[in-house]
Design a protein around this ligand. Structure first.
Ligand SMILES: [Zn+2]
Length: 328
């Protein structure tokens, strides 16, 4: 669709085949900034990167999309740093991300939320799930899970291509769980998805490109809701934060389309608001590959050092010019 200086192509649905998501996401066509329906308040959007590297053009597209979705409709644009992983996140990347956003000309409303400062909030959400009896401790190592899956032969695979957790720890007795926890065995908390769904009943969520989507979190199996090292996970933190920050329109790459099934279930269990969603196209590089953090050539830093200006980036991404990504 849009290729700039041989640097990237903004692909339509064909970009899907390069990512890790299957084609049945119902997403197709070019991106358009969604308009709120008549009588609806202006949206609150957010850009929520993990500070595990420098921002590249793929992030810039996400950031600009969220920004435009808010600003073109008189709404609010928030920035959140998803830095729950103490091993992979680094303060120098946090600084660089905020610098790069400012360089792009984006201003955000309110303070930047740093997830690492809110662990007690996520812990409380986890405890609420424990209270509902829809999570269970999982003592498995990656290796154990892999072996179990191999033995089972044809194990189902989740949307990201990984084998679905075979539920080894789901049926442990209360005594066994107690004993292993007391023995100091490390464990994660997994969501018992079937049990949770039987509690909530059928759930739906709205995506501006896909329309109404029935939540099918069971395609992931029992996902990890709190990791062994921290009392949360990507899924839990993002769901809780979007609610607490009053985000009404979640815009993000279509690689996260399926994750929304899990987020919808968590919202129902925890009594949180359900925002609307827009899962946008992914930016592909000139070889049609999804951009990766390890590819320095497409980082905003590098482009800036090469003399590119913010206007150039906006033009490359096809946003900011009238008629490119504006509402139909
Ligand atoms: Zn387990």
């Amino acid at each position: 669709m849009i290729a700039a200086g041989g640097l990237l192509n903004l692909k339509g649905p064909s970009a899907l085949s390069h990512g890790r998501i299957p084609p049945q996401t119902l997403l197709s066509g070019a991106d358009r900034i969604p308009l709120p329906a008549e009588g609806e308040p202006p949206p609150t959007t957010r850009f929520a990167p993990s500070p595990t590297g420098f921002l590249h053009l793929g992030h810039a597209y996400s950031a600009l999309f969220a920004y435009e979705a808010a600003r073109q409709n008189g709404g609010r644009f928030l920035v959140r740093l998803e830095n729950i992983d103490p091993l992979r996140c680094r303060p120098e990347f946090e600084r660089a991300i905020l610098e790069d956003l400012a360089w792009l000309g984006l201003d955000w409303d309110g303070p930047v939320r740093r997830q690492s400062e809110h662990m007690e909030v996520y812990r409380a959400a986890l405890e609420a799930l424990m209270g509902l009896g829809v999570v269970y401790p999982c003592f498995c190592t990656r290796r154990q899970i892999r072996m179990e899956v191999e033995e089972a032969g044809r194990a189902p695979h989740g949307p990201s291509g990984e084998p679905v957790y075979p539920g080894i720890c789901r049926s442990l007795s209360a005594e066994e769980r107690e004993r292993r926890i007391r023995r100091g065995e490390p464990f994660a908390w997994r969501l018992d998805v079937e049990k949770a769904l039987s509690r909530t009943g059928p759930l739906w969520w709205y995506d501006y490109r896909a329309g109404w989507v029935e939540a099918t979190p069971q395609i992931f199996g029992d996902v990890v809701i709190a990791r062994k090292d921290i009392p949360t996970s990507y899924h839990l933190s993002v769901t809780v934060d979007d609610h607490l920050q009053g985000v009404t329109l979640v815009t993000r790459g279509e690689d996260l389309f399926h994750a929304t099934h899990i987020h919808r279930l968590l919202q129902a269990l925890l009594g949180l608001d359900t925002p609307r969603y827009y899962h946008h196209n992914l930016v592909a590089d000139s070889r049609g590959q999804r951009m990766a953090k390890r590819n320095r050539a497409v980082t905003l830093r590098h482009l800036r050092d090469c003399g590119r200006r913010p206007d150039d980036i906006w033009r490359m991404l096809g946003l900011g010019e009238a008629g490119t990504a504006v509402p139909a």
